[in-house]
Design a binder for this molecule. Structure first.
Ligand SMILES: Cc1cc2nc3c(=O)[nH]c(=O)nc-3n(C[C@H](O)[C@H](O)[C@H](O)COP(=O)(O)OP(=O)(O)OC[C@H]3O[C@@H](n4cnc5c(N)ncnc54)[C@H](O)[C@@H]3O)c2cc1C
Length: 265
């Protein structure tokens, strides 16, 4: 019988070092703590599971498994934007989508010293595949992962990133290869829909070159993109990733994420 090897889990209780309002609807939380060393094998761009306390100032111990989280705690999925062991910092960037979500609310009220639990798997799947041309599509929640990819692409990379943010003021200066064009799309109500799927359809993904397409956005947008890419003759299934990052009108299903991503044995 083939042995199933579960990826190693890194976990730690960290605290807010400082907050940086990068743009009106995008906040960077800088975390620090003795447990940072436990994330030695973590990779920027991979997702983490954050254990958010019922109120920002609540002191707590990190449960061994997030399944044992206490009353009122929630688990949410975010992206590790950057790790800097010299400075002793872990960066996580939060979209401020309002007070209706515990994670968004926690980040908007964060103050130095506030605690948060972080769980991550050691991942081996590359964030992107080498290609002749890249198409990166994301809404505001995908800005962290696409920023990491743009920073990591070879200097010769060509293609386009289409990034949807809440307002003109939410556009950021991103480090990227000269041949990667950035198109910004403004959408102040992503809960009501997005034009991102249309921009994938309109892009000329033609036969004859090796593509890599990565898309991450709201559930309905991703459904349309997946359908389109599945039916495209110019791109094979292994050349694209398309992930739903959130679902309009629905809180993240932490029971599902607990089962799928956080099974710690
Ligand atoms: C792999 C992965 C990586 C992610 N990385 C990041 C990241 O780095 N930064 C980041 O900000 N988000 C990221 N997300 C998205 C984030 O997990 C969701 O937005 C999550 O729902 C936020 O939790 P919450 O507690 O604020 O809201 P929830 O309690 O989950 O939802 C409450 C309500 O808010 C709505 N809502 C949730 N997110 C948004 C939004 N962005 N805009 C408008 N309405 C929303 C929901 O539809 C629901 O009605 C990522 C998701 C995945 C799957």
């Amino acid at each position: 019988m083939r042995e199933i090897i579960k990826p190693a889990i890194m976990k730690g209780l960290l605290q807010v070092k400082r907050m940086e309002r990068l743009t009106p609807n995008y906040v960077r939380i800088v975390l620090e703590g003795n447990d940072l060393v436990k994330f030695r094998e973590a990779r920027a761009g991979d997702n983490n599971k954050l254990l958010i306390p019922p109120a920002p100032e609540v002191e707590f111990e990190l449960p061994d498994s997030p399944r044992e989280k206490g009353e009122g705690f929630v688990i949410r999925t975010y992206t590790l934007r950057k790790l800097d062991f010299e400075k002793g910092e872990m960066l996580v960037d939060f979209v401020m989508h309002g007070d209706n979500g515990p994670a968004s609310l926690w980040a908007s009220r964060a103050q130095p010293g506030h605690k948060i639990g972080v769980y991550m798997k050691v991942k081996t799947k590359p964030l992107f595949q080498k290609a002749d041309s890249y198409l990166l599509i994301g809404d505001h929640t995908a800005l962290p992962v696409i920023s990491v990819i743009l920073e990591d692409l070879p200097a010769t990379a060509t293609g386009r990133a289409v990034l949807e943010v809440h307002s003109e003021e939410d556009k950021l200066h991103l480090k990227k290869p000269a041949g990667m064009e950035i198109k910004w799309v403004i959408n102040s109500n992503p809960e009501d829909g997005s034009v991102l799927a249309e921009s994938v359809k309109a892009y000329n993904i033609h036969n004859g070159i090796h593509w890599f397409v990565m898309a991450a956005a709201e559930y309905r947008t991703i459904k349309v993109i997946q359908e389109f890419l599945k039916n495209s003759s110019a791109i094979e299934r292994k050349q694209w990733y398309a992930y739903s990052y959130w679902k309009s009108g629905v809180a993240e299903d932490t029971s599902a994420t607990d089962r799928r991503d956080l099974s710690i044995s």
